[in-house]
Write a protein that binds this ligand. Structure first.
Ligand code: EPU
Length: 449
């Protein structure tokens, strides 16, 4: 991680001339949760298809600091995609203050630690600056299962009073992290747990299926209600490795890039069934895309997105409202807004999940986009507009992982030369983005200030 790094990008001025293939990595938001779930096991667990992103490395360091052994098993071949985690020597349940505060996924770790050791401390969790990110749903769930939380000097102290027992928990807000975490606690608790109003994201199902294959009894993952039979404190057995599903947000990001910048882009190793809402919107807008079978030796599907270089295709605009899975994801809101600046007509974008996720819009406006900010959750976009180089060497800012991708995309679509700062935030979620874009013919380089 280096906060002094910038991307220098030469825009394509709307030409769709990038071409090639891109392979989708494992989903960071599933891999992080599987890493946390390693605490539920009595023996070392193997994890595969792990993305080599900064958030994964931060959680690795957090686990190591508590006494776990985390080993990348393919690093000798120059890769970081397979790891083994052994939590049998964990000697501290204090989540490191600095690292824990830097990432949201640290809150998920509280569940398995609490379930196994009965206590945990957590610094106020951070992650992307996309609005308030309370943890009340976790605290209320733990309370129902027999653990109390106090907040002292910027640190949450969670402690179980006796054995953790199954609970009947209704989430008053649909929460991905809350659903995953309470599910993990319930696996080791005494008795049955019922979770209602659960999030249904594929990453939750990915982790639940693995836990079940290792002895957990979780029913209903991927639906609004779950039932989990606790193991009364008995740890899980590492019967099978965790294999991370392809990252649907990374695939969706490249899909939007393909529509805006590519003559042809083949997106390999993806799960189009996890991207239905996005695919439907793009198809309806006039984007050419087709789902294709995998190449031999690969198991996941491909999406081909293409543009006729001789025709200037004009995409039709559409309204967006971000919602929980299976609807349009908040994590693709910013890349799709870049797309909408290039589509014809007027539309509104409603962000219903996070209230602080439009910070990047100022930069798009400075580039010439016609966007009205109605309030912290709603904007209106009118297109198409030519996005231009910023005056006086101005820089575009990666405010969070996804907004970072959105401004890189805007620079690629735009006319002129662009600088993007805060690249370390992009590195939290997209592996080697500039190398992969260069592979498609984009002019982008990483430099130190
Ligand atoms: N919320 C509460 N109380 C809680 C928990 C959540 O009010 O106790 C609220 C949040 O403030 C938010 C809403 O519920 O308004 C949904 O939050 P959720 O808990 O679902 O989000 P998360 O688990 O913190 C994960 C991803 C995010 C992604 C969201 C929504 C990880 C590590 N992060 O966050 O990913 O945007 O789900 O899909 O899994 C990203 O990858 O760039 C990213 C931000």
């Amino acid at each position: 991680m280096n906060s002094k790094e910038l991307f220098l990008i030469e825009g394509l001025a709307g030409e769709k001339k990038l071409k090639g293939r891109v392979s989708i990595n494992g989903a960071k938001n599933a891999a992080l949760k599987a890493m946390a779930a390693a605490v539920l096991f009595k023996e070392p667990v193997k994890l595969e298809n792990i993305p080599d992103t900064d958030d994964i490395h931060t959680l690795t360091e957090i686990l190591k600091k508590m006494g776990a052994t985390v080993t990348w098993t393919d690093s000798e071949q120059g890769k970081y995609s397979k790891m083994t985690i052994d939590t049998s020597d964990i000697s501290s349940t204090d989540i490191d203050k600095k690292m824990g505060a830097a990432m949201r996924a640290s809150v998920v770790l509280t569940g398995p630690l609490l379930a196994r050791f009965g206590n945990v401390t957590l610094p106020s969790p951070g992650g992307c600056v996309i609005g308030a990110r309370p943890i009340d749903q976790f605290i209320e769930g733990y309370e129902k299962m027999g653990a109390k939380t106090i907040f002292k000097d910027g640190v949450y102290e969670m402690k179980s009073v006796g054995d953790l027992k199954g609970g009947d928990i209704l989430f008053s807000k649909v929460t991905v992290g809350g659903t995953e975490t309470l599910m993990m606690v319930a696996v080791l608790a005494h008795g049955k747990t019922y979770l209602s109003n659960c999030a249904m994201e594929p990453e939750i199902v990915n982790v639940a299926e693995w836990l079940n294959a290792c002895g957990a009894k979780i029913k209903g993952a991927g639906t609004p209600t779950m039932e989990i039979e606790g193991r009364g404190g008995e740890l899980l057995e590492a019967k099978t490795p965790f294999v991370t599903i392809p990252d649907r947000i990374e695939a969706g990001s490249f899909l939007i890039l393909g529509a805006l910048c590519c003559e042809e882009l083949i997106i390999e190793n993806c799960r189009p069934d996890h991207l239905k809402a996005t695919i439907d919107l793009l198809k309806g807008s006039g984007v050419n895309l087709e789902v294709r079978p995998p190449d031999s030796g690969m198991s996941d599907l491909q999406i081909r997105v293409f543009n006729d270089p001789k025709k200037n295709t004009v995409f039709k605009t559409f309204n967006i409202c971000t919602r929980e899975y299976p609807y349009f994801p908040t994590d693709l809101q910013s890349p799709i807004v870049t797309f909408l600046t290039q589509a014809e007509g007027e539309c509104s974008v409603d962000e219903t999940i996070f209230e602080g996720r439009f910070k990047y819009v100022d930069d798009l406006i400075k580039m010439g986009a016609d966007i009205k900010v109605m309030n912290s959750r709603e904007i209106e976009v009118k297109g198409p507009t030519l996005l231009k180089e910023l005056k006086d060497g101005g820089e575009l800012c990666a405010h969070d992982i996804r907004a970072g991708f959105a401004v890189v995309l805007a620079a690629l679509v735009g006319k002129g030369k662009f600088k993007v700062n805060n690249v370390h935030l992009i590195d939290r979620g997209y592996e080697k983005l500039e190398e992969r874009l260069r592979g498609l013919g984009a002019r982008i380089e990483r430099v130190r200030r």
